[in-house]
Design a protein around this ligand. Structure first.
Ligand code: ZN
Length: 406
């Protein structure tokens, strides 16, 4: 293998990325503060921020007093430089949301999936319509859209052709990006697993901020996780790492949608929880969508022993699953999210913590906290929208929208 040579161009790009990232997360900051925070010289900071201001990616944001000297100019990333779109392709619906660079939500649409095992072409058509809808609702120039991120319920194989393997909705090697291109979408597209986009959203703006080692768990119909080690998402050899929902919690146990027996998802995913309730003694839920079904179960737990028992066991299964994460990864923080994770967590967090303690090693348990996501049930879409932002922070003005937003 050729040794990697660092060129002047690489160095400039690295410096630009460092300063842009610092300004994005911690701005407004003065050039003096930027130099102190990044270790870059005053001359480098002055040169690079000059370029960023020229590109209009960074703007001045007032003045701050300095000790005795002249007031210093504050700089920040311009939220209006470009727009980004995040899509949550979930197991029950497709959310499409448009944001400015500061992640202010400017438009959103939410449509149910056409079927539980939807034809990829039908989903692609729904995504394409959603893109047009948010762009026209927010009244933005399509050329100002920097990119579109899509969080999907399955494994994403990155490569010349991006392939989605989402066994639980019946997708096997679906070339999602190619299909969207054929449907006429010409915006830059980024695809990742939904639990990983949720993880990035919570790490950037929510309950994960400041942690270096964390696990962000996504519980909806299905179950997944983003494992963050030393600040980066752990991906494994082909990016499928984090399929926590399909770790075995009970040998020979309940049938999972993946075809195996005893997966965690078959016990704590919304579909699994409701099915356990239905099959249990006296458990009845009217035929309705999973979200209202889970609400009904939680409400029923106040008066029905069967419902209360299902929830108590759910906390137990979830606690043992979380204990496995703690014993394997030694995280500082475990964050529970996804629409079902938020509903269950709001009612069962103390029970979940107790069950975790009962199954985890004491030392790593004492080093971790178990919290709820802060960005709510839309966090997968927010996280998906951060994918093009991450490309911008990495590449600086080399990755730019076709037209700057007005
Ligand atoms: Zn499974």
């Amino acid at each position: 293998m050729e040794p990697k040579r660092t060129t002047v161009r690489d160095l400039r790009r690295h410096n630009r990325s460092t300063l842009l990232t610092k300004l994005y997360f911690d701005g407004p900051l003065s050039r003096h503060e930027l130099s102190g925070a990044t270790g870059l010289s005053a001359a480098t900071v002055s040169n690079v921020t000059g370029e960023l201001v020229e590109d209009r990616l960074v703007v001045e944001a007032g003045l701050v007093e300095s000790d005795g000297g002249r007031p210093r100019v504050l700089l920040r990333v311009d939220p209006g430089y470009a727009h980004v779109i995040g899509i949550d392709l979930g197991e029950t619906g497709v959310k499409v949301e448009l944001f400015d660079l500061a992640m202010n939500r400017l438009a959103a649409v939410d449509n149910p999936l056409p079927a539980s095992h939807p034809d990829p072409a039908a989903v692609v058509a729904e995504i394409a319509t959603g893109l047009d809808e948010v762009i026209s609702t927010a009244e933005v120039d399509p050329g100002s859209v920097l990119g579109v991120g899509i969080g999907v319920p399955g494994i994403v194989e990155q490569g010349p052709t991006v392939l989605v393997h989402a066994q639980t909705i019946g997708w096997d090697s679906v070339p999602l990006v190619d299909l969207l291109r054929t449907a006429g979408t010409d915006l830059p597209l980024f695809v990742d697993n939904g639990a990983k986009t949720l993880g990035q959203a919570e790490m950037w703006f929510g309950a994960g901020r400041g942690a270096r080692h964390a696990v962000i768990a996504l519980i909806g119909s299905g179950v997944g996780a983003a494992v963050i080690t030393d600040g980066a998402s752990y991906r494994g050899a082909t990016s499928s790492a984090g399929e926590w929902g399909h770790t075995t919690i009970s040998y020979g146990g309940r049938a999972c949608r993946c075809g195996a027996l005893g997966c965690l998802e078959a016990y704590v995913g919304a579909e699994g929880v409701l099915d356990r309730y239905r099959r249990g003694r006296g458990g009845r839920v009217a035929e309705q969508d999973e979200q209202s079904g889970l609400d009904a179960l939680i409400t029923a737990a106040g008066r029905s022993k069967a419902a209360a028992k299902v929830l108590e066991e759910t906390a137990g299964y979830l606690g043992s699953g979380i204990a496995n994460l703690i014993n394997l990864f030694n995280p500082e923080r475990i964050v529970l999210g996804g629409w079902a994770g938020l509903k269950l967590g709001a009612h069962l967090l103390p029970e979940i913590r107790r069950a975790t303690l009962a199954h985890a090693l004491r030392e790593p348990y004492s080093q971790t906290s178990i919290e709820l996501c802060q960005l709510g049930p839309d966090a997968v879409a927010v996280g998906a929208a951060t994918l093009p932002v991450a490309a911008l922070l990495e590449q600086g003005a080399d990755f730019r929208p076709r037209r700057r937003a007005a």
